[in-house]
Design a protein around this ligand. Structure first.
Ligand code: ATP
Ligand code: MN
Length: 474
C-alpha cells in the first residue's frame, strides 16, 4: 500500500505492509517513513526488545525499508495513525556518515548540488508533485477545450525561428570537419545534409498543424543557448505552445488568461497538502526578512488572487507612458532608463508595472514592430504588431504570444526587411498561399508557471535536473 492511501482510508486494526525511506528514527522506537506518494510520512513503532540489534543499527535516515505490522490509531501527538511493527526488513542500507540529506534544514544551493537526492526532501517532493499535477492540468484543459496535442520536431532545420541562440546538432567530427571555399564547415556532409539545431520553439510547425486541425498545442522540451545566467532562464526548459486558427489577438489573450487561471485552480484543489506545506515554508522564511522585503500576500493568497481577478490589459504605448513618468525612471533608478517610445521593456520595468503599479498580472499588447518577431501581425499604424506578453509578479514574462501575419505580401516584406532567407521558410509561406486565415498563439514557459505556483524564486529548483550555462551535471 502507498502511504498516501493509508492516510486516505486507514484500515484500522488490519495488517498492512509498506515500503519507503527512513526520514528519522527516534528513541530506538519511532521510525518516520516516507514513500513519495504524498508529503505525509507514517510513524512505525518498533518493538525494541524483540528487534535484533543488527536491524536496529541499520534503521538510519535514508535507508529503504519494508515494514509489516498492524495499523492503529496513534497514542502519541503529531499523527493520527501509526503502524505497530511486527516485521521489519532493511532493503537498502544507508551510511549516516556519508548520506548528504540529514534530517535538518539544508540550503537550496546545497540541495541543487545534490539534485540526485533532493526528491527525498519535503520541499522538493512537493515541488515535483505539483509540477506533475500542472502538466496533467494543462493536457486536461486543452482536451476539454477542443485542442489536439501535437509534437513538433526537436531537431530543426530552420534557423529563422528567431527566438534565441541555438544549440547545433551535428554528427560531424568538429576537429576534422571539411570546409568549403569560404572556410566554412560544409554541412552538406552532415547527417541531415544541412545545418540543424535544437528547437527554440515549435510555433512555426504548430501553425501549419493548426491550419488543418483548427486548435492544437505542443508541450515539449525547448532549448536556448543564450548565456543568461538568471533565476528565470534555463538552457533546456518545457514550453506549452497553443496555436489556433480563426483567433484574433483578443481571443488569444482571453484564452491565455482563462488557461492560466484554470490550471492554477486545478492545482489549488489537487495539491492542497503540498501547497500548504510550501506556504508555511515561505511564511517562516519571510519572518527572518526585514519588513519591507516580506510578501504582502502569502502563497495561497497569491494563487487565489490571480485565479479570481482579471488581468490588466494595456498597450505597449500605455505601459511606456506609465514607466516614463514613474518615480524610479525620474529618479534614474532603472538600470535601463525609459527614453524614447520603442525601447524594449526589461525585466525591471515589467516587474515595476506588475508589482508596484498595478499589483496584478498584466497583459501588454500592440508592441513596436521592431522589437518583435517577423511573424507578428502588423497593425494599421504600420508601427506596432499584434503581440502580447503576460507579466507575473515575482517573475516578469510568463507568456509571449501574438496574432500571426496571415497576409503573404506583408509577411514577405517583413522577412526581406529582417534579411531572413525566404527559401528557408517556403513551407511557412505556403500557409499564406493556400487558404490563409487569421490565427494566433502563444508560448508559456512551464517552469515559470511552476515558480509562481510554488513560490520558489530560482528556476533551477522547479525542474529535476536543470541545464544552465556551465552546468549539465546529472
Ligand atoms: P525572456 O524575455 O524572459 O528571455 P523570451 O521573450 O525570450 O523570454 P519567448 O521566446 O517569448 O521568451 O518564449 C515564450 C515563453 O517561454 C516565455 O514567456 C517564458 O515563459 C518561456 N521562456 C523563454 N525563454 C526561457 C528560458 N530560457 N528558460 C525558461 N523559460 C523560458
Ligand atoms: Mn517573449
Amino acid at each position: 500500500m502507498t502511504i498516501k492511501n493509508l492516510f486516505l482510508n486507514p484500515p484500522i486494526k488490519e495488517k498492512v505492509s509498506i515500503k519507503g525511506w527512513v526520514k528519522t528514527f527516534r528513541a530506538n522506537r519511532f521510525i518516520s517513513v516516507n514513500d513519495g506518494s504524498s508529503l505525509q510520512s507514517i510513524q512505525c513503532v518498533v518493538d525494541y526488545d524483540n528487534t535484533a540489534e543488527v536491524i536496529l543499527n541499520k534503521i538510519n535516515t535514508g535507508a529503504s525499508i519494508k515494514v509489516n505490522g498492524t495499523l492503529v490509531e496513534s497514542q502519541g501527538k503529531g499523527q493520527s495513525i501509526e503502524i505497530q511493527v511486527e516485521k521489519i526488513e532493511i532493503l537498502g542500507e544507508c551510511d549516516p556518515e556519508l548520506y548528504p540529506i540529514q534530517p535538518k534544514k539544508h540550503s537550496l544551493e546545497f540541495l541543487r548540488e545534490n539534485a540526485h537526492l533532493r526528491a527525498r526532501t519535503s520541499t522538493f517532493s512537493s515541488i515535483f508533485r505539483i509540477r506533475s499535477s500542472i502538466s496533467f492540468a494543462i493536457h486536461k484543459y486543452f482536451k476539454e477545450n477542443g485542442f489536439f496535442y501535437i509534437n513538433t520536431p526537436i531537431v530543426t532545420g530552420s534557423d529563422a525561428e528567431g527566438a534565441g541562440e541555438m544549440f547545433k546538432v551535428t554528427t560531424l567530427d568538429i576537429n576534422k570537419a571539411e570546409v568549403n571555399d569560404n572556410n566554412e564547415i560544409d554541412f552538406s556532409k552532415d547527417f541531415f545534409g544541412k545545418e540543424t539545431n535544437l528547437t527554440v520553439s515549435g510555433q512555426l510547425e504548430a501553425e501549419n498543424m493548426a491550419m488543418g486541425l483548427g486548435k492544437v498545442y505542443t508541450f515539449g522540451p525547448t532549448f536556448r543557448a543564450e548565456n543568461s545566467n538568471t533565476s528565470r532562464h534555463l538552457a533546456e526548459f518545457w514550453m506549452i505552445e497553443p496555436e489556433m486558427a480563426f483567433y484574433d489577438l483578443s481571443d488569444n489573450m482571453n484564452l491565455a488568461e482563462h488557461f492560466i487561471k484554470s490550471v492554477l485552480d486545478y492545482i489549488v484543489k489537487d495539491c492542497k497538502e503540498d501547497l500548504y506545506f510550501l506556504n508555511q515554508r515561505l511564511i517562516n522564511e519571510d519572518k527572518s526578512k526585514p519588513a519591507q522585503e516580506r510578501n504582502e500576500l502569502n502563497l495561497l493568497e497569491r494563487l487565489d488572487f490571480v485565479i479570481n481577478n482579471d488581468f490588466v490589459r494595456i498597450t505597449y504605448s500605455e505601459a511606456y507612458e506609465i514607466l516614463k513618468n514613474s518615480k524610479p525612471n525620474k529618479k534614474k533608478k532603472f538600470k535601463f532608463p525609459i527614453s524614447d517610445w520603442g525601447v524594449d521593456l526589461q525585466s525591471e520595468h515589467e516587474r515595476y508595472l506588475v508589482e508596484k503599479h498595478f499589483k496584478k498580472p498584466v497583459i501588454i499588447f500592440d508592441y513596436p514592430a521592431k522589437i518583435k518577431a517577423f511573424y507578428m501581425r502588423m497593425n494599421e499604424d504600420g508601427k506596432t504588431v499584434k503581440a502580447m506578453d503576460i507579466l507575473f509578479p515575482g517573475i516578469g514574462e510568463i507568456v509571449g504570444g501574438s496574432q500571426r501575419e496571415e497576409r503573404l505580401d506583408i509577411l514577405k516584406s517583413r522577412i526581406k526587411e529582417l534579411k531572413i532567407d525566404e527559401k528557408e521558410l517556403w513551407w511557412y509561406l505556403d500557409l499564406r498561399k493556400f487558404g490563409t486565415v487569421e490565427h494566433s498563439g502563444f508560448g508559456l514557459g512551464l517552469e515559470r508557471l511552476i515558480l509562481f505556483a510554488t513560490g520558489m524564486t530560482n528556476i533551477r529548483d522547479v525542474i529535476p535536473f536543470p541545464r544552465t550555462p556551465k552546468n549539465a551535471e546529472f
